[in-house]
Design a protein around this ligand. Structure first.
Ligand SMILES: [Fe+2]
Ligand SMILES: [Fe+2]
Length: 317
């Protein structure tokens, strides 16, 4: 007995197999679409919520130069959110609906943004570690099987690498400063190191969707592979900077050709993901308020678009 595959499903399989891109008008399995909407929306939400910890420092930046850099960086994150919401729309998602899901807590964003940025050194460490981890996660997504997502990631990754460098440059400057500044950098590193490692998600044995996402080439590497890559990349940067990463078990393993590192506190991760991190409530409350206060802008834009469309129709008639 033979089972017949519909031609559109065959086209989908062949496209994935040949490492080509699935485009919005192509047929795709419903689960593929759903998985992508979830991932892209979560990614978009993370960019938007991710503006908050650092945005908090814009008015208190220590110089005009630092203020201009930080303003540009936070604005980039808003842009990333917008590209990604647009990519989600090509899958049939509705942006207003995605925002409603975010502010009602039905869709998640990266748990890293539920930690507070306590000093200006946090701005540097977020650039170095959080944007650094984001790059490790996102560079392989430039080859993701869904075209609009992959293309959005190319531009986003270029900007993320600027973010990472500006963070590192800020930290380098602080490390050449006073003892108090060096202590601030070390303290911020201590607070952000472990949450950065959690950004790669649960360990592979506890990540049920990874295998399917990899088969569909939405994801290219497992969480643990990417986490290891980040650790290997970051240890020499910490040495060059002169800070200590807060992990006594961190050491080079010549047999593996990688750094070994200590056990991540997955209980803390689960707490933060489930809404009980230090800033979860503050982040969502702030986002909800911004959304409500922006209602008149959305209404005005919609009214303007309707007026333009009516005028175009008139001219055509
Ligand atoms: Fe970003
Ligand atoms: Fe960034």
């Amino acid at each position: 007995m033979t089972t017949t595959t519909p031609p559109e499903a065959e086209h989908f399989d062949r496209t994935i197999e040949r490492d080509q891109r699935i485009e919005p008008r192509d047929w795709m399995p419903e689960d593929y679409r759903r998985t992508l909407v979830r991932q892209v929306a979560q990614h978009a939400h993370s960019e938007i919520i991710g503006m908050q910890p650092e945005g908090n420092w814009i008015t208190r930046a220590p110089s005009l130069r630092r203020k201009a850099i930080l303003l540009a960086k936070v604005q980039d994150e808003a842009g990333h959110g917008l590209y990604l919401y647009s990519a989600a729309e090509t899958l049939g998602a509705d942006r207003a609906d995605l925002t409603a899901r975010l502010i009602s807590g039905r869709q998640k964003y990266s748990s890293i943004f539920n930690y507070p940025a306590l000093t200006f050194a946090d701005v540097g460490v977020i650039g170095w570690l959080v944007d650094g981890a984001a790059i490790c996660n996102q560079v392989p997504l430039c080859r993701s099987s869904y075209g609009p997502y992959a293309r959005a990631m190319i531009r986003i990754c270029k900007e993320e690498s600027f973010h990472q460098r500006q963070g590192y440059e800020l930290l380098m400057t602080m490390m050449r400063g006073t003892d108090a500044q060096r202590r601030m950098v070390q303290d911020a590193t201590n607070r952000w190191w472990w949450p950065s490692l959690m950004m790669f998600g649960p360990p592979d044995h506890d990540s049920p969707n990874t295998a399917r996402s990899m088969a569909w080439k939405i994801k290219r590497h497992t969480n643990d592979e990417l986490r290891q890559r980040f650790v290997d990349m970051t240890v020499p940067q910490a040495e060059a900077l002169g800070v200590t990463l807060p992990d006594p078990e961190l050491r080079w393993n010549p047999e593996r050709g990688h750094y070994d590192f200590g056990e991540i506190d997955w209980a803390e991760f689960k707490q933060v993901v489930s809404g009980n991190g230090p800033c979860n409530e503050q982040r969502i409350t702030h986002r909800r308020r911004a959304h409500e206060e922006g209602a008149w802008v959305r209404e005005a834009a919609a009214a303007h678009a309707a007026k333009q469309a009516a005028r175009t129709r008139e001219v055509a008639a």
